[in-house]
Ligand binder design. Structure first.
Ligand SMILES: Cc1ncc(COP(=O)(O)O)c(C=O)c1O
Length: 406
């Protein structure tokens, strides 16, 4: 470990040499600056925001709106009002499905969902298709997880109302060419929702350049606390969409007969909002900007290369997806001959190597690529080669522990 890495790891109080945290695709660890920003908020500025006119409430409101501005800049949205705070990526997709989907997708329309999707970007669309008598069409990938823009061109028609697709697969790490998908969707008059849960924490994502209509992501996968997520939506779409949840400050006025609603984004933020979470997300973005996204990309690419090369040398271990480490973006999902992934993860866990086993909330994808359950190691920039070495040593002993010899 070099000096830079030792200092970097000191930023993350939970990390120490007794374990290797390699489940970063599930959630990231939190730097001290994020933990302190949340603590500071509760110690100095906590009050119910938006509604109070006393100093503390104004301070809470200012912190909340400053967080929104920082997200706007981070993803290069054109307006602050295009940033809606939610609980997580799942809630963001549901917001679009219940509000946009139930209002603007009609009987006979088509919804295209890629087979790569996490259930969070699949189930809401299955639900809309069922409720609205729309047709759900799947965009399939090849065995390496590749979906080309030409595949979308073959599937899309004038009846397609919405395309839902992830930027980076949480199972095989593959990146989709979202800019090309958006262009094709728009040529057919469809809107496109991009799931950025696995991309926004790990690469520069510019919604203006990508020209997506909606982008969803979770704070907890990018150094922020759990319970804060983001929906980006183009303002012309958000403005015409009805509220998703009702109550609290999302109104303009209410009578016994009904209500008119606040402007965007407040219209979509019913009830008391998560200011502490937003403050944490702001601090997380500051941390990422400080270390720089270029450095994060560089470190994660180097670690992925190292892990991919060393894992490729292990007998009986098959890495799922591309044979090019650059296509994995820190996510290496694998099988070990004869060994159930839960056994693998259990043995690794006992040796202080934290990985994920199971279907990764992407059952249709795993069925499609013929690996119903797998084990996944996922890397973040604060990992070090020693974490990978620990993983490799543990992996080498798995078959022996389960009685299969070498
Ligand atoms: C690609 C992708 N989309 C959506 C989600 C859902 O995220 P959350 O549980 O934070 O809503 C995940 C979580 O793992 C994911 O990997």
């Amino acid at each position: 470990m070099n000096d830079f890495e030792m200092n970097l790891r000191k930023d993350f109080p939970i990390l120490n040499d007794s374990f290797a945290y390699l489940d970063n695709a599930a959630t990231s660890q939190k730097p001290l600056s994020v933990i302190q920003a949340v603590e500071d908020y509760y110690k100095t500025s906590n009050a119910n925001p938006l509604r109070g006119i006393y100093d503390l409430s104004v301070a809470a409101t200012e912190k909340y709106e400053a967080a929104r501005l920082s997200v706007k800049k981070f993803i290069n949205a054109s307006k602050k009002a295009e940033i809606v705070f939610t609980r997580n990526a799942t809630e963001s997709v549901n917001l679009v499905a219940y509000s946009y989907g139930m209002s603007f997708i009609n009987e006979g329309d088509e919804i295209i969902v890629s087979i790569l999707e996490h259930h969070s970007n699949m189930l809401p669309w299955q639900n809309v298709a069922k409720a609205k008598n729309a047709t759900l069409k799947y965009l399939y990938c090849d065995e390496n997880g590749v979906i080309n823009p030409s595949d979308l061109e073959e599937l899309i028609t004038d009846k397609t109302a919405l395309v839902a697709i992830t930027q980076v697969s949480n199972v095989i790490g593959r990146t989709n060419d979202i800019k090309s998908f958006a262009k094709i969707a728009h040529e057919y008059g469809a809107v496109i929702l991009c799931d950025g849960a696995q991309s926004v924490p790990h690469m520069k994502v510019d919604v203006t350049d990508l020209d997506v209509d909606f982008l969803v992501f979770s704070g907890h996968k990018m150094l922020a606390p759990m319970g804060i997520g983001v929906l980006y939506g183009k303002s012309e779409l958000l403005k015409k969409m009805p509220p998703f949840l009702y109550g609290g400050e999302m109104i303009e006025s209410v009578t016994v007969d009904g209500a008119t609603f606040a402007r965007i984004p407040t219209k979509f933020e019913a009830g008391t909002v998560n200011v502490g979470g937003a403050v944490g997300l702001h601090a997380a973005i500051d941390y990422i900007n400080n270390i720089t996204m270029d450095e994060i990309v560089k470190r994660e690419e180097e670690l992925t290369k190292y892990a991919y090369e060393r894992m490729s040398e292990i007998k009986h271990l098959t890495i799922i997806g591309s044979e090019d480490y650059k296509e994995h973006h820190g996510i290496i999902t694998f099988d070990i001959d004869d060994c159930h992934p839960h056994d693998v993860a259990d043995i690794l866990g006992g040796l202080g190597v934290d990985v994920r086993a199971g279907h990764h909330c992407a059952q249709p994808l795993l069925k499609h690529i013929g690996h119903p359950v797998t084990t996944r190691a996922s890397i973040a920039f604060y990992n070090v080669k020693e974490d990978i070495d620990r993983l490799i040593d543990a992996l080498k002993g798995v078959r022996r522990t389960l009685g299969y010899g070498e």
